[in-house]
Design a protein around this ligand. Sequence first.
Ligand code: ATP
Length: 322
Amino acid sequence: MPEPFLVVDHLYRSFGSVKAVNDVSLTVQAGQIYGLVGPDGAGKTTTLRLICGAFKPDNGSVMIGGYSLDHQAEQARETIGYLSQQFSLYEDLTVLENIRFLAEVRGLSSEDWLPCARENLAFVGLDAFENRLAGKLSGGMKQKLGLACALVNRPRLLLLDEPTTGVDPVTRQDFWQLVIRLAGEQGMAVLVCTPYMDEASRCSHIGFMRSGRIIQDGSPSHLRKMLDDRILELAGGPMNVLLESSHFDTDVQDVQRFGDRLHLRVLPGKAQDVKRRLSKRIHSAGGSIEKIEIIPPLLEDVFIDLAGEGMSMNDAGYGEKP
Ligand SMILES: Nc1ncnc2c1ncn2[C@@H]1O[C@H](COP(=O)(O)OP(=O)(O)OP(=O)(O)O)[C@@H](O)[C@H]1O
């Protein structure tokens, strides 16, 4: 296994009494997409800002491409491309002028940035629009221009902070194809914060953050396995009978609605018992069952579990079904 491109070691950062990042360690290999997920305020953005050097940590270290962010900041930062949550484009500048502006801020000469900018615009599919004012681009095109700007210095580590929030599903899909190609074809190390479960499931590795800590990490399939034989899917009617009966069962830890069906998280080893009891209870309460089955867990089921008691999908910011 080669040395990871990014090594974050026991990072801490507080704002007053808020421990925004509280002992975070992670590694990202070249070609890997690491997804940081977790509820609002979990510390994801602060982690990214510490890694790109926008904030200084109270403690801990960051190594990027073998350079210490603390002692060799310039070399370390040269390898980073960063697309922040609220990245801003200059609407009265053209597509190419926006890239030029960023390139010049980074101290790149036109021989350096121009060929790279054209390659990146072609890569994101904006090459025909280089002279269009950024203000005249669609939302999805702006997002892609943001990515082209983040790639202007040919980074080897790409940091993306909720890059597709507020963008329609088709554009999100397009955007992710680009990210997957950057990792797969160019061997870029990617660290991305996302509130979307379908995006998290495309990552090679996921770290789940809560209250400043990564409380669980692993591949999507590894995380899903944690709840094997613990999720029952229930469909039928009326919904209030299904809900009341489910909540009544003491072996049911959590009930979530997924469209017209319910996902019940049950205590380990209890799925068959719950299934039997619930079938009886629902029928005797006058309800009917279309389906009651143990299903392979979704990432949503896992994240709701990790996000903690009393937290619904929406509280946790997970609006998307896969
Ligand atoms: N510059 C700052 N000054 C004071 N508090 C801050 C600052 N930045 C973040 N925080 C606090 O640190 C905690 C972590 O915030 P952070 O933005 O890193 O979380 P997040 O997981 O990225 O959430 P979101 O998805 O809402 O951006 C929050 O309690 C937040 O209010």
